[in-house]
Design a protein around this ligand. Structure first.
Ligand SMILES: Cc1cc2nc3c(=O)[nH]c(=O)nc-3n(C[C@H](O)[C@H](O)[C@H](O)COP(=O)(O)OP(=O)(O)OC[C@H]3O[C@@H](n4cnc5c(N)ncnc54)[C@H](O)[C@@H]3O)c2cc1C
Length: 488
């Protein structure tokens, strides 16, 4: 008798969907009906950072969702949105133990959803994380306060990765160029009223160590009507060691199309600066005063340390109206995270073995086999292509483990059939049977997706995003609440 492979994937970001699509395509045809995959996401909409992270002016990056749409046409794969999985489970969440009772295999594809904060920069009205801005311009369900762009003329972004440049580009790009993209109307309005004149991107190391890619740098350099402050000579003269570094330095030396001083908006890359602290606005000053240590990079270790002048650390202050920290992300560390027991406190993500294996349970035990994939397992590094490759390798490990406990000499065994073995957990079934269910299915999502595109099309815009309240109203108004499909 073939043991079914009933997999719960916790997290409906690209990692979860890539893994599901790979497993569906690799699964032996002769046992096709022994596979079921249920993806759960705490957000109502699928696709994780592809919807709620990727910058609006990078629409081509989001094309991976076509693959996810196509995977869901296979009836063995189902998506359940608005389902938060926690270690305990309560009125608003589903417990890990319920998943363990109902599935043979579990995958954490929960990403790295928390921003790293700078230890010297306390949170304040004008000290926010890049994720707050990203969530604002993508209309994330966390609904963060809008950044105070109407009163900020100088923005300092701490960190030099692609997310820093995404945020800088959104703040400096002429709003008229963003109108055709997937930027919510209220965000466009705020960008039109923005007073931002200069963005300083601050990094503690130099151009050879900066984490942003040439593509993102080129986009910043080519922004119309925005000028890059020319590099200091000492930075400009640095010798590159790799082809990638040569390209970066070449771009930086050439500078922006518009000459510095001829545009209303400017930006700078403030290399070799490390924030030491900040003075908050007070009766003497309406701006923040960022205290910066000047640094130098060890040529061997590439680590930064304080720059000394006659043995004294060199420092400066940068007056600024808004401080945005863009220093990477980590997996949630709370004790209610469903993977809390496998959390690596040093690495700040789930500890895994090769193939994304989390538990080392004996393959033949009845305990579910547990895996982690994507940023939850690797930490917040790499792009969609690397997330995809990682998800594929986890899918292959799952299949390998399943094959090892399936008698391969028995190709004619009857596949496990008929409900309820393939149903989602009873809590989900119960919720779906209520007309007020908050749970979304992929069919719900496809209807909302089409409606978001339709609403924007008259304005020549890519999409007008809905929040969950609007989306839910739309589903009911149109009689499209398709949870019935699962109920019946
Ligand atoms: C701001 C930003 C911009 C980016 N832009 C690009 C780009 O332009 N190009 C590119 O190639 N890459 C880009 N990346 C990288 C890319 O987004 C990641 O490689 C990829 O999203 C990682 O996928 P993931 O599925 O591991 O995590 P995520 O995309 O974060 O998905 C994780 C999902 O798990 C869900 N979840 C978490 N906890 C729970 C829980 N307890 N219960 C239920 N669900 C849960 C979350 O809601 C989320 O939907 C960007 C990243 C960021 C942060």
């Amino acid at each position: 008798m073939i043991r079914p492979l009933k997999l719960a994937i916790i997290g409906g970001g690209p990692s979860g969907f890539y893994l599901a699509s790979r497993l569906l395509s690799l699964f032996p045809q002769s046992y096709a009906d022994s596979l079921r995959i249920h993806i759960f996401d705490r957000l109502w909409a699928p696709h994780g950072l592809v919807r709620y992270g990727v910058a609006p002016d990078h629409p081509e990056v989001k094309n991976c969702t076509h693959k996810f749409d196509s995977a869901v046409t296979d009836s063995r794969l189902k998506f359940f949105g608005n389902v938060d999985i926690t270690s305990i489970g309560d009125n608003t969440s589903l417990s890990l133990s319920s998943l363990k009772k109902n599935y043979t295999h579990l995958v954490f594809a929960t990403g790295c959803t928390e921003p790293n904060m700078h230890p010297q920069l306390p949170r304040d009205k004008g000290i926010i994380s890049a994720l707050d801005i990203v969530h604002w311009y993508t209309r994330h369900p966390s609904n963060p306060a809008p950044p105070p762009l109407h009163s900020a003329n100088h923005v300092s972004i701490i960190g030099m990765g692609n997310v820093s440049l995404d945020v800088a580009r959104m703040l400096l790009c002429p709003p008229s160029l963003l109108e055709k993209y997937d930027v919510p109307s209220h965000v466009l309005d705020a960008l039109r009223k923005s007073q931002v004149k200069h963005v300083s991107v601050v990094g503690r190391r130099g151009p050879l160590e900066a984490a942003f890619t040439t593509k993102e740098l080129r986009e910043m350099i080519n922004l119309p009507d925005v000028a890059l402050r020319p590099l200091e000579e000492s930075v400009s003269n640095i010798q590159p060691r790799t082809r990638q570094q040569s390209r970066t330095l070449e771009l930086l030396r050439k500078g922006s199309r518009a000459a510095f001083g001829t545009t209303l908006r400017t930006w700078s890359l403030d290399f070799y600066r490390n924030p030491l602290g900040v003075t908050l606005p007070n009766s003497d000053s309406t701006s923040y005063s960022l205290s910066l240590e000047h640094t130098t990079v060890d040529p061997i270790t590439r680590r930064s340390g304080p720059l000394l002048d006659s043995g004294v650390p060199v420092t400066s202050t940068l007056p600024t109206s808004l401080i945005v920290t863009a220093m990477g992300f980590h997996a949630e560390s709370s004790s209610t995270a469903p993977y809390a027991q496998w959390y690596d406190l040093d690495q700040k993500h789930i500890k895994t073995l090769p193939g994304g294996r989390v538990s080392t349970t004996n393959l033949d035990s009845d305990e579910p086999k547990i895996y982690a994939s994507g940023w939850a397992a690797t930490g917040a590094k790499g792009v969609l292509a690397s997330t995809m490759m990682d998800a594929y390798s986890v899918a292959e490990a799952i299949l390998e483990d399943w094959t090892n406990l399936t008698p391969s000499s028995d190709p004619h065994s009857e596949p496990v059939s008929s409900s309820p073995w393939d149903a989602p957990p009873p809590e989900i079934m119960k919720s779906l049977s209520s007309p007020d269910s908050e749970i979304t299915t992929y069919k719900d999502w496809l209807a909302i997706d089409a409606e978001e595109v339709r609403r924007a099309s008259t304005e020549g815009k890519e999409r007008e995003r809905m929040d969950w309240k609007e989306a839910k109203r739309f589903l009911y108004d149109k009689g499209l609440r398709v949870s019935e499909e699962v109920r019946s």
